[in-house]
Design a protein around this ligand. Sequence first.
Ligand SMILES: Nc1nc2c(c(=O)[nH]1)N[C@H]1C(S)=C(S)[C@@H](COP(=O)(O)O)O[C@H]1N2
Ligand SMILES: [Mo]
Length: 350
Amino acid sequence: MANIHIHPGWLLPEREVTPEFVYWNRRAFLRAVGMGAAALGLGGCGPRLGGPAERVQGDGAKAASDVAAMEPKDPLDTIPPTPTLDLYPAVRDPRFELDRPVTDRIVAATHNNFYEFLTDKKGVWRHTGPFRARPWTVEIAGLAEHTGTYDVADLEREFGLEERLYRFRCVEAWAIAVPWTGFPLRKLIAKAQPLSAAHYVRFVSFLRPDEAIGQRTQSWYPWPYYEGLRLDEAMNELAFVATGIYGAPLPKQHGAPIRIALPWKYGFKGPKSIVRVEFVRGQPRTFWNDLATDEYGFYSNINPDVPHPRWSQKTEEVVGTGERRPTLLFNGYGEWVGQLYDAKLLTYRS
Ligand SMILES: Nc1nc2c(c(=O)[nH]1)N[C@H]1C(S)=C(S)[C@@H](COP(=O)(O)O)O[C@H]1N2
Ligand SMILES: [Mo]
């Protein structure tokens, strides 16, 4: 395929990867060609990356060998050194029950969307070696009384940790069910004390091209990853800040050391490895909506009756089992979140 010219050789051939991966790389290639030869190296968003990214552009072979030298031995060898290990495993909150078995831990740890590293889900964990996920701080910024920078370990101790069994549904129509460890997002919001002018919350993931090979080699994505919620959605009891999974701190491929989990929304609404939580007045832009406005809405509530323009959302594949199940409105969490939304919002791709 033509797009191989803009990829380092270590990427898998198309037949082994997902349709989303193929689609996005092809689209990026077409865009790059349209912009001329200079764009082949830097893509449409090169200037938004810092100097280091530009210096290593095109040096895929060196980058690949660095990664090989630091490659984790197995998919759980990616849990960073954690000073709060004594808090794990946390007590499970019995309110959250599953309608299916918990996904096998290794299956979940080897089926990841984390484009900062790799677009092939199975291989993400192998490329996380250089990523230093602890110690880690999160900045609380924007329209709030208590802005500042907080260590993740301090937040874990301040809020305490609990375990919740949540279903998880990707917009690509696959699903898992996992025990997250963490704390409700509303606890962080209460600490921040947003001002009355704050109507939305915005999240930003890390930007470290030196540690994340996908940020170096896939410069057409507008790194860092960014997402957002309406403030009342963020305050909902279900909105969760995860610092762990399966009774242990998060492995890097799941978004160590801190990510967002929103079981009623498609997975891309929950950013991984976040560095900033910002309170803002207006609806923030989001990474996937900026890439394809007509495909990935701001709300993106799970809804079997609103198809993705390129596939149906009626059913989902239960990862690791071969089973298909019907998709449920709000992923079955309507009693928690249904009151947040106007009926009209559920009739189109919002
Ligand atoms: N920073 C960042 N966050 C992200 C993504 C990503 O590529 N980068 N992918 C999203 C998508 S599409 C999904 S389905 C989930 C996957 O989470 P998991 O690999 O832990 O299952 O992370 C979401 N958060
Ligand atoms: Mo996803």
